[in-house]
Write a protein that binds this ligand. Structure first.
Ligand code: ADP
Length: 590
């Protein structure tokens, strides 16, 4: 739709009015002028006729017709009025422009007929004598109330028309000048009226774009000033409200963004009104700045159906969702209807909780219970079996009995070490979970030395040499726990190395961590085991580990001790070459 500019609407309206008024005035004035000119001409002709009538009345009475004719000619020489003197019979006795003898009888001329009826004869018609349109006035000359002669004055209409034409042209010329001046003045006036309006409009454009800083200038016109003031008030009111709404929106967005729960708000048609970052992460929606817009784009069929169900039945529902795509997740989903102030359901709000870790912990716990039961069951079954055998008479055979007793003692020791390790592990886990590990700035070297002392006898048995660093680093440590971790690594290094090897302990640091590396040249570990080596009860070679008195908990304990110090463990190993286990302990607790 094409809109006309207000300026041109105003301007053309002004101009149209001016043109109409000018044309009307031109027509009217030209008509009035024509009428008044004709009236004036008639009056002049009548006056002249009366003058002639007085001048020749005596000559007529005295029948001095040649003097009448002469008088007519005289007048004809001095003016453009034609004078004709006619007898009541119609015979012309004098004419200012023609020879009366040559002129025909005029008794049938309408102006002559009017005079005979005692009226002034007024006529405009074509003169056969002069061969042009003429205006005639005829009056009667009376003696003793008897018509003795008719005096007729006349003027050529061509002359009148020429004069009137000149006047009309002048009127049109001045009208045109008036129209041009009016057009120019209209332009100036329209500009003056329109400028404040345009300023208001451009100010309103600014407002519409949300730019409320610049107020409208107040025009001098009272009504426009009122309008501008009202608009300015409205703009500042809008500004405040928009700021409020934006603040509320930002606050709400900040709350939603910082929530660890995923939140999706949908309207009753399934359009997504809001989705927070946590929900995007949980549902693996990559671009959360440009997220999905309808529920159909939610990348999980079960969740989509669940939302459909909640929207249809308008009730709170919850369920658990297993996301099988990588990374696998377990989500708890709760849908609550969104109710407006009129108690109408306008959509649903979906709250997602990532319970993957919870489920993992449950799994680990139940696996742990199964593992513990299994690990305990083996030595117990063995002990019970050998006791039965002893009871059944083997006890009578001292050599055999002695052998069985040793096996029972070994299994009992194994039971003891498993239980001891489990107790240590759960204690560390407990303390670590509650952040209750006692740490003090202490010498790592002294923990290493104590650990070497503990393992020295075992090392000596296999003629394994333990080489240790001479340097020392101080860090916030729990000496007892760190010693325990180093003992575990050192005893593994001894356990899983052949005789006459060496085991090295290196102490180093980088900008953040102190690192304690236990390096052996033993059997090494296959790459496929490295990922799970720190899990509880994970052993590479069950038989070997059991023979060597392993429980499968030593490395799990090391990992937990490192984590309790806010550090971690790492491993590098190659089969038949050896392994490097490193504990990383932060140099400070900040
Ligand atoms: P275990 O009590 O059986 O030694 P750990 O948790 O200490 O249990 O170790 C788990 C498994 O890791 C061991 O069974 C062993 O197979 C492997 N392992 C640990 N340390 C070493 C090492 N230094 N060299 C080779 N294998 C090792």
């Amino acid at each position: 739709m094409g809109f006309k500019k207000l300026f041109w609407q105003f301007y053309f309206s002004f101009l149209l009015i001016t043109v109409i008024v000018s044309v009307a005035l031109t027509i009217l004035s030209s008509r009035l002028l024509t009428n008044s000119f004709i009236n004036e001409t008639q009056k002049a002709l009548e006056t002249e006729a009366k003058f002639v009538s007085q001048a020749i009345s005596q000559d007529i009475i005295d029948a001095k017709l040649s003097r009448v004719e002469q008088f007519c000619k005289q007048i004809g020489n001095n003016s453009d009025t034609r004078v004709t003197v006619i007898e009541p019979s119609g015979k012309v006795i004098g004419d200012s422009q023609r020879n009366p003898i040559l002129m025909g009888n005029h008794s049938n001329r309408p102006e002559i007929i009017s005079v005979k009826r005692n009226k002034i004869g007024i006529e405009t018609r074509y003169s056969q004598t002069l061969d042009q349109p003429m205006m005639y006035i005829a009056i009667g000359l009376y003696k003793d109330k008897k018509l003795i002669s008719i005096i007729r004055t006349s003027k050529s209409l061509t002359t009148i028309d020429m004069t009137l034409g000149g006047l009309r042209r002048a009127i049109i010329k001045y009208s045109l000048i008036i129209v041009i001046i009016s057009a120019f003045l209209s332009l100036i006036i329209t500009r003056r009226i329109n400028r404040p309006l345009e300023e208001i409009i451009s100010g309103l454009d600014n407002f519409a774009q949300g730019n409320f800083d610049q107020s409208l200038t107040i025009p001098h016109t009272k009504d426009l000033a009122k309008l501008s003031i009202a608009m300015n008030n409205m703009a500042s009111e809008l500004d405040v409200r928009i700021h409020d709404i934006l603040n509320q929106k930002n606050e709400m967005q900040a709350i939603l963004t910082s929530m660890s729960e995923g939140v999706i708000a949908l309207d009753s048609s399934g359009n997504i009104l809001n989705i927070n970052a946590a929900a995007c992460v949980m549902l693996s929606i990559d671009d959360c700045n440009n997220p999905i817009s309808t529920k159909d784009e939610i990348p999980n069929t079960v969740l989509r159906e669940f939302i459909d169900h909640s929207l249809k039945d308008s009730m709170s529902v919850d369920t658990e969702l297993d996301i099988l795509d990588e990374p696998r997740k377990n989500l708890r989903v709760r849908c609550n209807p969104l109710i407006n102030s009129h108690n109408q359901m306008i959509g649903t709000i979906v709250v997602l909780n990532d319970i993957t870790i919870l489920r993992q912990l449950e799994r680990v716990r139940s696996e742990f219970v199964a593992n513990v039961s299994h690990e305990l069951k083996t030595p117990i079954t063995s002990i019970m079996g050998f006791i039965e055998t002893l009871r059944d008479g083997v006890i009578e055979n001292p050599d055999q009995a002695q052998h069985f007793m040793e096996i029972i003692a070994r299994q009992a020791r194994r039971l003891n070490s498993i239980i001891e390790d489990i107790l240590i592990l759960s204690k560390i886990e407990d303390q670590s979970n509650q952040n209750k590990i006692d740490t003090q700035i202490g010498s790592i070297k002294s923990s290493i030395d104590s650990a070497i002392e503990v393992c020295q006898i075992r090392a000596a048995k296999k003629n394994i040499k333990i080489i240790t660093a001479e340097n020392d680093i101080e860090a916030p440590i729990n000496e007892f726990l760190l010693e325990q971790a180093i003992v575990n690594l050192l005893s593994n290094a001894i356990k899983y190395s052949d005789e006459n090897k060496t085991v090295e302990i290196l102490l180093a640091s980088d900008s953040k961590y102190a690192t304690i590396s236990v390096i052996d040249h033993g059997y090494g570990i296959g790459a496929e085991h490295l990922e799970r080596i720190f899990e509880r009860f994970y052993v590479v070679d069950k038989a070997r580990s059991r023979n060597l008195g392993g429980t499968g908990l030593g490395l799990a304990i090391v990992k937990h001790i490192a984590q309790a110090h806010k550090g971690f463990v790492s491993i590098e190993s190659e089969l038949a070459k050896g392994s490097v286990f490193t504990i990383h302990i932060p140099l400070s607790l900040e």
